[in-house]
Design a protein around this ligand. Structure first.
Ligand code: FES
Length: 333
C-alpha cells in the first residue's frame, strides 16, 4: 500500500511545518496530580512565537498525540510550560507524561496553534478557570498584565491543594483581581457563576476553561452577554446530545485535486480520507483542537466541534467530527 498523501490544511498544515524537538528542562509538582513540564530548544534557540490561549500537540511514544495549552508568559520565547493533570481514567496521554517523561529527554512537539485567542479591544476581561483549565487562562493573565489591561481572574478548585501555579499567579495578579473558589467537592459550595456573570461589564469579554460542570454553568450563565464576547475552550468533549436521526452517508470532493470520496454513516471524514490514501493532521479527534480545520466551498455542514465561532462555521469545518447534511461537501483541498 502506498504511503498516505498528507493533506494541506491552510494555516494548520502540520505536514509542511516541521515539528520541533524540545528538551524537558524541568518537571515541577504544581498541585495534587498536576505537574508543570518546562520545554526548551536543546541548542538554546528561541521558541516560535505564541499568543495567549495557544496550545501545542505533544507526540508521545506509542503514537499518542495530545494537545496541551501553553501556560507560561507568551512574551517569553526561551521556554514553554505545559501544565498536565494526571488523569487516572484518561486515554493514556497524561499518564505517559507523568509516569515516563524525565528531565533531559527530548519530546516531539508541534508549533503553537490558537483556537482560544483573546480579543485585543476588550475594555475589561473576566477570566474563569476550573481545575487544570487554568493553563490557557494563566497565559492570558500574563498578556493582560503586560498590556496593563483591566481584568479579573476566578479560579475554581476543589481545595487549595488542587491549585496549580499558585505562587506565579499571586506574583502576577493583584490580590483584588485574583479570586480562588473552593467547593471541597460539594457542588453548589463554590463560585456562584450565575451571580458572577449576571451583569456584563461594559465592553467586557469572558474566557472560561474547565471541567464539564463549569463549562455548562458558564454557558448557561452567559447567554445574555453580547454576541462575540464569550470565549471558551473545552479540554474534554461534552456529552453529545442525542441525535434526532442516524448519520447518513455523503460524499466529499477535494476541489483542488478533483477527487470525490464517499463517507459512510459510521465513518468520520478523516477516516474516509485516510481510506482513500490521504492523511489528515489530527490530534484530539474530538472537535477541540483545530488540527483538522479546513475551508469548505459548498455544502450544508453539520458542525459537531467545540471551537469554531459562528463566523468561522460559515466557511470552515473540522474533519474529525463534522458531517454533511447535503449529499455533497466540497472542501478547499
Ligand atoms: S483533530 Fe482536533 S479538532 Fe479535529
Amino acid at each position: 500500500m502506498n504511503a498516505p498523501v498528507p493533506l494541506g490544511l491552510g494555516e494548520f498544515e502540520a505536514d509542511t511545518i516541521p515539528l520541533l524537538r524540545l528538551r524537558v528542562q524541568a518537571i515541577r509538582l504544581q498541585a495534587d496530580g498536576i505537574h508543570a513540564f518546562e520545554l526548551v530548544d536543546p541548542d538554546g534557540a528561541k521558541l516560535p512565537p505564541a499568543t495567549a490561549g495557544a496550545h501545542v500537540d505533544v507526540h508521545l511514544p506509542d503514537g499518542l498525540v495530545r494537545s496541551y495549552s501553553l501556560s507560561g508568559d507568551p512574551a517569553d520565547c526561551t521556554f514553554w510550560t505545559l501544565g498536565v493533570l494526571r488523569e487516572v481514567n484518561g486515554r493514556g496521554g497524561s499518564k505517559a507524561m507523568h509516569d515516563s517523561l524525565r528531565v533531559g529527554e527530548l519530546l516531539t512537539v508541534s508549533r503553537p496553534r490558537n483556537a482560544f485567542a483573546m480579543v485585543p479591544s476588550a475594555a475589561h476581561t473576566v477570566l474563569l478557570a476550573g481545575g487544570i483549565g487554568i493553563t490557557p487562562i494563566k497565559a492570558m493573565a500574563h498578556t493582560l498584565t503586560a498590556e496593563g489591561k483591566s481584568f479579573e481572574l476566578h479560579y475554581c478548585a476543589r481545595t487549595p491543594r488542587n491549585v496549580a501555579f499558585i505562587r506565579e499567579l499571586r506574583a502576577l495578579v493583584p490580590p483584588d483581581r485574583l479570586h480562588f473558589h473552593f467547593d471541597n467537592g460539594v457542588p453548589g459550595q463554590g463560585l456562584n457563576i450565575t451571580n458572577l456573570l449576571k451583569q456584563q461589564p461594559a465592553g467586557a469579554h469572558l474566557y472560561y476553561c474547565g471541567p464539564s460542570g463549569l463549562m455548562k454553568a458558564c454557558d448557561q450563565a452567559s447567554t445574555h452577554w453580547a454576541p462575540g464576547s464569550v470565549h471558551f475552550e473545552h479540554f474534554k468533549p461534552p456529552e453529545p446530545a442525542p441525535k434526532a436521526a442516524p448519520d447518513a452517508s455523503f460524499k466529499v470532493r477535494l476541489a483542488r485535486r478533483g477527487i470525490t470520496v464517499p463517507v459512510l454513516p459510521d465513518q468520520t471524514i478523516v477516516r474516509a480520507l485516510e481510506l482513500a490514501g490521504f492523511r489528515v493532521p489530527t490530534s484530539c479527534l474530538s472537535g477541540l483542537c483545530a488540527s483538522c480545520k479546513v475551508e469548505y466551498l459548498e455544502g450544508d455542514v453539520e458542525h459537531n466541534d467545540y471551537i469554531l465561532s459562528d463566523e468561522e462555521k460559515t466557511h470552515c469545518l473540522t474533519l474529525c467530527v463534522s458531517r454533511a447534511r447535503s449529499p455533497l461537501l466540497v472542501l478547499d483541498l
